[in-house]
Write a protein that binds this ligand. Structure first.
Ligand code: ATP
Length: 644
């Protein structure tokens, strides 16, 4: 067997520690002996008293160091209160440049008997080492420490160079992207569940990377880049990786925010560096996550903008995308949650001219995503994946991955041999509402009752309105920040009629109205409901043209460019009318909801009391009290039929 070669790695922190110890030792060795200073008159007295063993006089320092005879030390120890050093020299004295050492010490020794004469050495001290220390070593130490500090600062700021993987102040202008070698991208389309449309669109890119001549032979040009647009966690990064994995090419990934640094000009230079490295590795995929961090539309009135650095970076990105040959084999994939706010120049033909929508998964896709993430879990064989997929509308792929992981952790915590339905349901609840605070004694009976009526208000209004929420569980066990929660399955619809919006507002205000009916006054628990309802009301009036007095106008700013404008695109009078319309709408919603709850007061009180008693109730419990849920299917399909 061939002997293994072990690489010895020098850890730089040891060097710094040794350096610090060295500095400490130098300082300590200079001050360690700590001899006491005395005057020349005292020296003479000691000398003639026969207490001195030796004097070393350093002529160029005008300084004498005195060593006392061991048997006389105690005499001085008492006098100097224990401050006297135990090792020599014990004292020192300073003199002026006029001091004639030979004659002064010669005269003193002449007065002493021959046996008591003091050994005196007079010399000049060499200053070479002092100068070396002062002029070479200290500056070196300072430079090393300065570099070290900058280095660690840079590392903390996420500095590092793509490819080399090393940080350092000198790499600040280098791209911080991560390169995954083609052998290391082990994600393929099999790992991406659902997303049929998106997968089909990126298939062409994979085909080009695998087989470029097929396209170039006919003179065709492959798009330089594609923009993956969709809500967070829907699998955009995963899809981009799968493209690289399927085509078996290297994968560069960088986040848009990595371009934006505190140093001016760094963003642009990182963009240049990214493209230089990508070209070297072509064919390859460059993935820019959160491109909106740099790609946001440039301000029209740039004079007022403080985003010059970001705009320079964006300009560089645009230039680089123009600069490389269409068929060079570098394909840029970028991801964003908001394509509408991106600069138009970025989206024009020849840049990110293709937009691939990666939407929240629908029921069938959710089933597949669950299956992908359950592969590694030990799941109860009787578990119905369709059931959990139905209970997770609006969940993204990342949420589903999280549910699976949480479910496995919950089952492990309960020492179960496998993960079952209740673990998955617990995990969903936990992700939707936060952790249950079962042991919280924070609620007084009064608060608990108000919470029960508040939640019952939401649930009953949702149950009775055709477009109301499909309530399936209500709880008054505190979770996260909330004291109670109503779970419902939202509609997976793409379009909502006005009556839907109004009834949803009724569901939101249902909790507040219930409090008013029961307690005669509102409480603060409805903050989140009111916030959502107000946003909905303003949305209806300002954006969707659902207010008669404002008419079919929309002040929605899809480009985000109006953010810099100080003036509003409507007059003061229109603003007042809009406010009044919102107020009228909310008042009418309040009245309708109050009437609905009062008309069904018996059922409403029964639901609330049952909730108070059991703490958690389900759709079946509500059905027993109020009858079957009022459905809206017919109305919904009618509304769709009109607009289609
Ligand atoms: P963001 O916009 O926040 O960057 P993203 O759209 O890039 O999010 P990803 O990082 O790709 O989302 O997804 C996060 C995780 O969610 C993935 O690592 C994967 O585990 C899971 N996931 C998302 N979509 C899917 C899917 N379609 N199939 C399987 N797993 C998925």
């Amino acid at each position: 067997m061939a002997p293994k070669i072990r690489r010895i790695r020098i850890n730089l922190s040891w060097l710094y520690i040794l350096l610090l110890i060295g500095i400490g030792w130098l300082l300590f060795s200079q001050s360690g002996a700590n001899p006491q200073k005395i005057e020349w008159a005292e020296v003479k007295e000691m000398f003639l008293g026969g207490d001195i063993k030796e004097i070393k006089f350093i002529r160029n320092d005008y300084k004498g160091n005195i060593t006392i005879k061991p048997d006389r030390l105690s005499k001085y120890s008492e006098k100097f209160g224990g401050k006297l050093p135990t090792s020599s020299p014990h004292f020192f004295f300073l003199v002026s440049d006029k001091f004639d050492a030979e004659s002064e010490f010669g005269a003193l020794n002449a007065q002493m008997p021959a046996s008591d004469q003091v050994k005196v050495t007079i010399e000049n001290q060499s200053r070479v080492w002092g100068s070396v220390l002062q002029w070479i070593i200290f500056p070196i130490i300072l430079i090393v420490m300065w570099l070290w500090m900058l280095n660690s600062m840079n590392r903390n700021m996420g500095g590092g160079s793509m490819g080399s993987g090393q940080g350092g102040i000198f790499n600040v202008g280098k791209s911080t992207g991560k390169l995954a070698d083609k052998n290391k991208v082990n994600v393929t389309f099999k790992d991406v569940a659902g997303l049929y449309g998106a997968k089909e669109e990126v298939m062409e890119i994979v085909d080009f990377l695998k087989n470029p001549s097929k396209y170039t032979a006919l003179g065709g040009k492959i798009p330089k880049g594609a923009l993956l647009v969709g809500p967070p966690g829907t699998g955009k990064t995963l899809l981009a990786k799968a493209v690289a994995g399927e085509a078996n090419v290297p994968f560069f990934s960088i986040s848009g925010s990595d371009f934006v640094e505190m140093f001016v000009g760094v963003g642009a230079s990182r963009v240049r560096d990214l493209f230089r490295q990508a070209k070297e590795k072509a064919p390859c995929i460059v993935f820019i996550d959160e491109i909106d961090a740099v790609g946001r539309a440039r301000a029209k009135n740039a004079g007022f903008s403080s985003n010059d650095e970001r705009e320079n970076t964006l300009n560089q990105l645009l230039t680089e995308m123009d600069g490389f040959d269409t068929n060079s084999g570098v394909i840029i994939l970028a991801a964003t949650n908001r394509a509408d706010i991106l600069d138009k120049a970025l989206l024009r033909a020849g840049r990110f001219d293709r937009q691939i929508h990666v939407d929240l998964p629908e029921l069938k896709e959710r089933v597949e995503i669950f299956k992908v993430h359950m592969k590694d879990l030990k799941v109860d064989p009787n578990f119905d994946v369709d059931f959990i997929a139905k209970n997770t509308p609006g969940f993204s792929g990342a949420d589903i991955a999280n549910v699976c992981n949480e479910a496995a952790l919950t089952a492990a915590r309960k020492n179960k041999p496998m993960v079952d339905k209740s673990d998955f349901l617990d995990a969903v609840d936990r992700i939707v509402g936060g952790l249950e605070r079962k042991n919280a004694t924070i609620m007084t009976p009064e608060e608990k009752r108000t919470t029960a009526y508040h939640e019952a208000g939401h649930a009953v209004v949702g149950w009775l309105l055709p477009y109301g929420d499909n309530v399936f569980k209500v709880s008054i066990i505190p979770r996260g920040q909330a004291l109670g929660l109503t779970w419902y399955l939202p509609d997976e619809k793409k379009m909502y009629p006005k009556s839907y919006m109004i009834q949803q507002m009724c569901c939101l205000i249902g909790g507040r109205v219930a409090e008013e009916i029961i307690n005669g006054e509102p409480a603060t628990g409805a903050l989140n409901d009111l916030e959502r309802m107000t946003n909905m009301a303003y949305g209806m009036v300002q954006y969707y043209g659902m207010s008669e007095r404002i008419g079919n106008v929309s002040f929605y700013d899809s480009t985000g460019s109006r953010g810099y404008d100080i003036s509003k695109p409507y007059s003061e009078q229109t603003a007042e009318v809009m406010d009044q319309e919102v107020k009228d709408l909310v008042n009418s919603v309040h009245e309708q909801t109050k009437k609905l709850l009062l008309d069904h007061k018996d059922g409403f009180v029964q639901v609330a009391e049952l909730l108070l008693e059991k703490e958690v109730i389900f759709a079946e419990d509500i059905e027993k009290i109020l009858g079957p849920k009022v459905k809206h299917e017919e109305k919904a399909s009618k509304a769709e039929a009109i607009t289609n």
